[in-house]
Design a protein around this ligand. Structure first.
Ligand SMILES: [Zn+2]
Ligand SMILES: [Zn+2]
Length: 322
């Protein structure tokens, strides 16, 4: 079954399936497994890392089933960050493709009523940041046919997207729109996501907004726990500049992912045009550095030049003997 047919099926059958028991539901398995697999199949050559997840509820039926696409640099869960998602209105069987936000984390911080106001504001920021790219999508509010808290959050968190009336989603339109909105998602990530411009400027000092955005993205890549784990899994636990080995030099014996070493994204993003190919490769684009060497390399003219950093190092370690 094609992706559009599957989505139409979810939209058409959800209201009926909700009347049946939740556990071991064939319909639930179809959404969680088959729908995700089919969507993945269309993205196997997608140049960016994406994680897919679908849900019809957790322990009980949700009002709004969804299929979400996460950039792991931003989030791997629907509860926080921002992501692309199909949302189903089970009342009128319509489907929404939406650039949306995690609701739960915002509710926890601000409460429900105020949280929705916060999300509405953020959704305007998101749309404005990619305003030049969203002509084929609509910024109009969406109606998910439910007054429950989560759907109300999805409605508030919706930035831009498209509505498909019951059974009107064709395969062509489905795949074209999906690829386009995923491309915009990546551009939004590249442009700083939901981070306000003044915060980006204070985090990194780029000459231009483009440079600031690339520095922020580079930092996001370095701080991603997924990237860090992947790099440390294949590189030795040793600073590549000064040779510090926390396991020997500090008798560090904690869990490998807690070792006091950083991963440094040494391939500058400056060479990449916006939205071009892969943003990083593990491990080729990374250096393992101790926190001091990491700070130092970022202060150098060329933060990729490991040799230059190594030539600067002149400290001597003298163990005092009492
Ligand atoms: Zn070092
Ligand atoms: Zn770095």
């Amino acid at each position: 079954m094609s992706l559009s047919k599957m989505l139409n099926r979810v939209a058409n059958e959800m209201a009926f399936e909700r009347g049946k028991p939740f556990s071991n539901s064939d319909f639930g398995n179809f959404v969680r497994r088959d729908l995700v697999q089919e969507a993945k199949r269309h993205l196997s050559f997608w140049p960016f890392d994406l994680e897919l997840k679908a849900s019809v509820g957790n322990g009980q039926w949700a009002a709004v089933p969804w299929l979400a696409f996460f950039d792991p640099l931003i989030t791997t869960t629907a509860t926080k960050g921002f992501y692309v998602v199909y949302l189903i209105n089970a009342q009128d069987n319509s489907i929404f493709l939406s650039m949306n936000q995690g609701t739960t984390a915002v509710y926890e911080e601000f409460g429900r009523r105020r949280g929705r106001e916060v999300m509405k504001r953020r959704s305007i920021d998101m749309s404005d940041r990619v305003a030049d790219l969203i002509q084929s999508f609509s910024r109009d509010p969406i109606d998910l046919g439910s007054t429950e808290d989560l759907p109300a959050g999805y409605e508030a968190g919706h930035a831009f997207g498209k509505r498909y009336a019951s059974s009107m989603l064709s395969e062509d339109e489905c795949l074209t729109d999906l690829r386009e909105i995923l491309h915009i998602y990546e551009v939004l990530v590249n442009r700083g996501g939901l981070t306000p411009s003044d915060v980006m400027a204070s985090e990194v000092q780029g000459q231009t907004i483009e440079e600031t955005r690339k520095l922020v993205l580079s930092q996001r890549i370095e701080r991603s726990s997924k990237v860090r784990r992947a790099v440390l899994a294949v590189k030795p636990p040793k600073c590549e500049a000064c040779g510090l080995m926390p396991e020997i030099d500090y008798s560090f014996d904690g869990r490998p992912e807690q070792i006091p070493l950083d991963v440094h994204h040494s391939k500058p993003l400056f060479e990449l045009a916006e939205g071009e190919a892969k943003r990083y490769r593990v491990p080729e684009d990374f250096l393992v550095l101790c926190p001091s060497c990491h700070r130092m390399i970022h202060k150098m003219d060329n933060p990729s030049d490991l040799g230059a950093l190594k030539r600067k190092i002149r400290f001597k370690h003298m163990r005092e003997v009492y």
